[in-house]
Design a protein around this ligand. Sequence first.
Ligand SMILES: [Zn+2]
Length: 138
Amino acid sequence: MRAYFGRRYMLSASHRLHSDVLSPEENRRAYGKCNNPFGHGHNYLLEVLVRGEVLPETGMVVDMVSLDKVIRSLVLNRFDHANLNTDALFVNQVPTTENLCRAVFNLLVNAVPSGRLETVRIEETENNFFECANPTEA
Ligand SMILES: [Zn+2]
């Protein structure tokens, strides 16, 4: 049986979507109003899904307190109430929610306290969400 534990976190951050390899017109076409030079903010909903065994000692897949500590130290302290464009991870890539999702996945993939990171999902708005899944079968 596969067992999963999922946890949600709120994350507020600002960004401007602009690619240096696109012309101003291409940027406007690709990103619309999200390309405006002053940026804008989102209240992201971050969902982390960990897959693992239900440990007989605790009856849990992952210790939630330890997971919260990892998420806080690696993700929330870094990105919450931040301008994503100024983060080192986004110097060479546009801070779209796709790229934010990949960045969060990469920060967490070797840091979950037990089990393995299965997916990271980020809702940007009530209509948009992005998801990164662990590519390895195990
Ligand atoms: Zn946006």
